[in-house]
Structure formats: structure tokens, C-alpha cells
Ligand binder design. Structure first.
Ligand code: FES
Length: 371
């Protein structure tokens, strides 16, 4: 083959590839063009006309209907469940782990996984319509530990955030550094509702976490932060005389809100707050809780450190917090009179839950806030 023939052949192949690329792009555009779709909410009590091709979670949020989400739509939290009665298509493998048999039969889906391709009929619990957006300002941003920051946000003048201690908010980032898009993540409120005009969070730096890195490296006092909420069903039930709270890491946040609120309201249950960490540098709010112990006979703080080394400034309990919880539960006359509130990672929660159940605390009285 001479040079001219090689040149012609290469040119032809390039031309064919370019034509194929254009055809595929056009086909994709056509296939993804679902036009305007109607969302019929709660049997016609509200209807929305939305552009097809978007995910249901985002489309509802754009219309100020905020469905709980802790993972930002990555199908890892399972919080964005809602009933899609018609039009959602088959269940996706990403949804399966989060839906029980009963939920599947009742048309529950993960809103972050359902792409709007046709008209949908939805059932959305009424309380979700009360969730609002707030434009706040950073009032205080300071270190609680080497990797946890207190973020205290000031609500707009006259704005009231009605939440139950234990609930969480969604926190929206702004583009920063190489991150070009805004993302949102869920954080438990650490302050009590009595602190009007402000809301606080304890945010731990997670390696490569978009939102936590934003908070730890890009956010400054005075900056604006958008929030939505409140969300979640982790709140105090108050049906027993003994309340056990167990947290690890930044899991102290919702438990602080619960404890401060209960003590301020004069709840007379015996309240024990167990906090497990590795080293003395991981402890925070110790002084505040010790002060509460002094003032309230029905409150105590139990801290235990699992990685104390020689030279560490620590003469308290050591080892896993579950060991001390186990010992204390064994001393109780009636473990069925315990309500337990747990917050931490999945492994931590599983081990705490096992200790509670092994000691006779009814599973139905164990409440979780998992992260
Ligand atoms: S938003 Fe987390 S699973 Fe849908």
C-alpha cells in the first residue's frame, strides 16, 4: 500500500468513527429526552411538572420538597425512601439492600436512584413538607479535638428551627479547590432547641470527604452556609426510667443535644452517656458533661479510651466502651426498662447493640443514628 492509499484509509476510518460518535450522541440525547413529566403527589394534592431525565431526589429538592438523605444520593444511606406508586420502572440492584420485602410490596423506592422517565405517582409523608431551607452564617468555627470542629451557625434574624434533639440537617457546600460542584451531607445537630437563633454541629474530618474537607479547610467564620431540615426519627421516646446513650467519634453530637434537652426539661429518667474513643486527644465536651454530673444526680458520663499509651494524660477507664456498658447493664434490676440511643459507625453500633440485647434490653427500645 502506498502512502496515498494509507492516507485515504486512515481518513476513511477517522470519518466513520466521527460519524458513529455523532450518531451515538444523537441516539443518547434522544433516548435521554423524556420531555416534561408530571409528578402527582399524594393523590393529586400537589402536582409538579418537571424535566424528565433527572433523579427524583434532586427534582423534588429543586421544587423545595426535601427528602432525607445522608449520602448525597450515592445509594449508601437508604434514607431517601418514599412510595412511588406508578411509573418508576423495575427496582434497581442499588436499591435492593435498603428495602425490606414489605417495603417493596408497598412500592417504596430510593428517590436518589429513580430516574424520572415518565409521569410518576408519589406518596410523600406530610411531615416532610415542613422541612425548610435556611441560609445561615458561620458564627463560630473552632477545634473540639485534633479532627473534629465545632460549627456554630447563626440562623437568619427571626427564623426559628423547630427540631427534636437527635435529628439532623443537610449541610450544603460551595465549590472549592478542585471541587466544582455543591454537594450536601447530613450532620446531626449537637445543640439543644433551647439555643434559639443558632444551630451547632460537630464535624469530623474524613480523609477525602468532600464536605468534611470543605468544613476543615475552606470554610471561615462569617461565611454563608445553606442548610435544609430537620430530618430523621432519632429522638427521645421517654417510655422508660433508664436512658442509655452510647457514642463514638463525632457520634457524641446528637447525644449532647438529647442530654442537654432532657436535663433542661427536668426529665427524671436515669441517664448514662457512654463515650468510647482511642486517645485522650479524642475527648471533647468532657468539662461540660462533668459539670452536668455535678448538677444532676440522674446524669453520668462514662468515658473509656481503647489506645492509651504510657505517658498519656489519662487515669480513667480503658478498653472498649462496650465492656463497661456490659458491666453496668449486668447490675441493672430490670434491663427491659432501658431505652438506648446509639450513634456511631456501623461496626460500633452492631457491637453496642449486641451487648444491649445480650443483657435483655428489648430490640424495639434501641434507637440508632448511623453514619
Ligand atoms: S440519598 Fe442516600 S440512599 Fe438515597
Amino acid at each position: 500500500m502506498n502512502f496515498a492509499e494509507v492516507f485515504t484509509t486512515v481518513l476513511s476510518i477517522t470519518g466513520i468513527s466521527a460519524a458513529l460518535t455523532i450518531i451515538i450522541s444523537l441516539a443518547e440525547m434522544k433516548l435521554n429526552d423524556y420531555g416534561i413529566c408530571t409528578l402527582d403527589i399524594n393523590d393529586g394534592s400537589k402536582t409538579l411538572e418537571v424535566q424528565g431525565g433527572q433523579y427524583l431526589l434532586n427534582s423534588l429538592a429543586a421544587n423545595k420538597i426535601f427528602i432525607p438523605s445522608a449520602c448525597g444520593g450515592k445509594a449508601t444511606c437508604g434514607l431517601c425512601k418514599l412510595q412511588v406508586m406508578e411509573g418508576a420502572g423495575p427496582l434497581l440492584p442499588t436499591e435492593e439492600p435498603y428495602l425490606t420485602e414489605e417495603e417493596r410490596e408497598n412500592h417504596y423506592r430510593l428517590a436518589c436512584q429513580v430516574k424520572i422517565k415518565s409521569d410518576l405517582k408519589l406518596h410523600i409523608p406530610e411531615e416532610l413538607f415542613n422541612i425548610k431551607e435556611y441560609l445561615t452564617n458561620v458564627d463560630v468555627l473552632e477545634d473540639l479535638t485534633h479532627d473534629i470542629k465545632l460549627v456554630r451557625l447563626k440562623l437568619p434574624e427571626g427564623e426559628v428551627l423547630n427540631f427534636k434533639p437527635g435529628q439532623f440537617m443537610q449541610f450544603y457546600t460551595k465549590p472549592y479547590d478542585k471541587i466544582k460542584e455543591s454537594v450536601f451531607r447530613a450532620y446531626s445537630i449537637s445543640s439543644p432547641p433551647s439555643e434559639e437563633g443558632y444551630v451547632e454541629f460537630c464535624i469530623r474530618q474524613v480523609p477525602d470527604g468532600i464536605c468534611t474537607t470543605y468544613v476543615h479547610t475552606a470554610l471561615n467564620e462569617g461565611d454563608q452556609v445553606q442548610l435544609s431540615g430537620p430530618y430523621g426519627d432519632f429522638f427521645y421516646r421517654g417510655n422508660t426510667k433508664t436512658m442509655v446513650m452510647v457514642g463514638g467519634g463525632s457520634g457524641l453530637a446528637p447525644l449532647r443535644s438529647l442530654a442537654l434537652d432532657n436535663l433542661a426539661k427536668g426529665v427524671d429518667a436515669n441517664m448514662s452517656l457512654y463515650f468510647g474513643a482511642q486517645k485522650p486527644r479524642d475527648l471533647y465536651y468532657t468539662e461540660e458533661f462533668r459539670d452536668l454530673e455535678e448538677k444532676h444526680d440522674n446524669f453520668k458520663l462514662i468515658q473509656s479510651l481503647s489506645r492509651v499509651e504510657e505517658g498519656d494524660d489519662w487515669d480513667g477507664l480503658t478498653g472498649r466502651i462496650t465492656v463497661h456498658l456490659d458491666e453496668d447493664l449486668k447490675k441493672l434490676e430490670d434491663p427491659t426498662d432501658v431505652e438506648a440511643y446509639l450513634c456511631g459507625g456501623p461496626g460500633f453500633l452492631a457491637s453496642v447493640r449486641k451487648v444491649l440485647i445480650d443483657n435483655g434490653v428489648p430490640a424495639s427500645q434501641i434507637y440508632f443514628d448511623e453514619f
